[in-house]
Design a protein around this ligand. Structure first.
Ligand SMILES: *Cc1c(COP(=O)(O)O)cnc(C)c1O
Length: 331
């Protein structure tokens, strides 16, 4: 069985006063999205197979033509479908560690061999049919520059595809989506789960040349975005855009203030372009467990050891700092 060496995704779900463990939007979602669902009149019919209304809204938001857009049940679905469409069983999928935890699993589930490499320059020589690049990277928050991605395309063969995961692009204020116009070797994925606050509705999308989009849609299958989710996402992308940018600004302010406070405590959070900070600390998994005891859930990583803290409104960040001070004192 392909799943023999894999496990079900099982995040800690015990109730916790403050949950900053999954980088969802701590401020909520655009009111326009909520209104769209509350007033949704539903029919007994299927939605369009590949989400035509959603594609139109994404086209207007990204400035890309509808033929270059593929939607999905979260960007996880788009990543999984893209890997299945663009890689063949036995081929390699390379990525720099640490990165998004689902990627090795999606590789294996589609018969590809996950190949972790230590640095970005190693990607070019990894022999990967698919080269996964997460920017800003989860869990570190680091950005891969346009120049680096162009360099990677130049240093690799025509049959190698660069899969760029831009789940946090809105927070970074930068994107390489336009590279998909020039190259048929680039796929960029995005999500409505983070800056737009729609994680519960499961909506993501990918951007690539029309030929790649057709292949990814074929491997994805029809009807992956529900009518309700599509309506909420369309509303978020049209009337919810101001809400999104306002709250991205608040997240960045919180993140930078949190970084200052952490540095004042002798910690060294990594520079982040996303809505979270990675804070290298020893025994992070044990520390995260002690924070749960104080009512605060963040994500503890063991390799490298560190806490990934989603940012939220400042009073919540102050609670995190207070709890961190308490649990570190007991060390
Ligand atoms: C959160 C996240 C996703 C998005 O997942 P969805 O399936 O769209 O909710 C994708 N990639 C990375 C790196 C993420 O952190």
């Amino acid at each position: 069985m392909r799943t023999a060496t894999l496990q079900r995704y099982a995040p800690d779900l015990t109730p916790c006063r403050i949950d900053l463990s999954d980088n969802t939007n701590a401020w909520g979602m655009p009111p326009a999205a909520q209104r769209a669902i509350a007033g949704a009149e539903l029919t007994p019919r299927y939605p369009t197979p590949y989400g035509d209304d959603l594609k139109a809204a994404i086209a207007s938001y990204t400035g890309m033509p509808v033929e270059m857009i593929v939607t999905g049940c979260g960007s996880d679905d788009v990543l999984d479908s893209a890997i299945r469409a663009l890689g063949r069983p036995g081929e390699r999928l390379a990525f720099v560690t640490p990165t998004f935890v689902m990627i090795p699993a999606f590789a294996q589930l589609n018969g590809l061999v996950p190949v972790p490499v230590a640095s970005f320059t190693d990607l070019a020589t990894s022999g990967g049919r698919i080269l996964y690049v997460c920017s800003p990277n989860n869990p570190t928050g680091a950005v891969v520059t346009r120049g680096e991605i162009e360099g990677l395309l130049g240093a690799t063969r025509d049959d190698q595809v660069v899969l760029v995961d831009e789940a946090y692009a809105e927070f970074a204020g930068a994107s390489v989506v336009d590279l998909t116009r020039m190259s048929d070797r680039v796929v960029v994925t995005r999500t409505m789960s983070k800056a737009f606050g729609l994680a519960g509705l499961r909506v993501g999308y990918g951007i690539a040349r029309a030929k790649l989009v057709a292949a990814i849609e074929t491997s994805r299958g029809p009807y992956k975005v529900s009518s309700v989710s599509e309506r909420a996402a369309v509303a978020a992308l049209s009337d919810g855009r101001d809400w999104m940018t306002t709250h991205v600004t608040l997240a960045i302010e919180s993140r930078e203030r949190l970084a200052v406070e952490l540095r004042a405590r002798g910690l060294e959070p990594l520079e982040s372009a996303a809505n979270f900070l990675f804070v290298p600390v020893a025994n992070a998994v044990a520390l995260a467990a002690r924070l749960v005891g104080k009512g605060i859930r963040v994500r503890g990583f063991s390799e490298p050891s560190g806490l990934r803290i989603t940012v939220g409104p400042w009073p919540v960040m102050q609670d995190v700092l207070d709890a961190l001070d308490e649990v570190r004192q007991c060390e």
